[in-house]
Design a protein around this ligand. Sequence first.
Ligand code: SF4
Length: 213
Amino acid sequence: MGLSRVHFPISALGPGRRIGIWFQGCSIRCPDCMSRDTWVTARRKITVDALLESIAPWLSEADGVTISGGEPFEQPEALLALLQGLRVAGGLPVLTYSGFAYEFLRDRHHQTLSMLDVLISEPFESTMAVSAPLFGSANQRVTCLTERGTELWRRAEAEWSERGGKLDLIAESDGSIWLAGVPGPGDLDRLGHRLGGAGIKALTSAGRLGGTI
Ligand code: SF4
């Protein structure tokens, strides 16, 4: 499978401390996508078994798994195998993002949906302001597919109404930093200006942050 990155803990993409898995490759090409580095398909290849092995040490500490991308459903066999492996490994609640419409996924990926707890679907529309927790834009839809998915979403809504959105800023050992989460309108520019004030130039795969830095 094509993998962009994997990280634990992630706190900005669902309640609690979560394992974040980002698939590599997306052909949907939403205008203003902030994850353009995940569009190409051949960045890093890994077997699903190797991925499961790499996250195994985190499973006992994690509250859940969030799968994003890239577009996870463009690697349907790998996504299904990953979900099956996660279930065998303890069955943590899984929240998955997709840029496809819910009806498209329901008609073509029934078995995969049956293994998810929460699905956030639909393409990113940058002109539609965020209206719910964990959404990139207001047109997106949440589908709770299990009872614990409904509970997960209740927790996400409670956290969102209490403190709004959240971003994780992650520093790698090579000195690079990256963001996990769903930035609200203007968040990236504000972050870029703050980093610029500290003498740090920040770029996204879609362009420079913060305008003047
Ligand atoms: S589906 Fe996600 S990764 Fe793909 S273009 Fe849209 S926002 Fe970007």
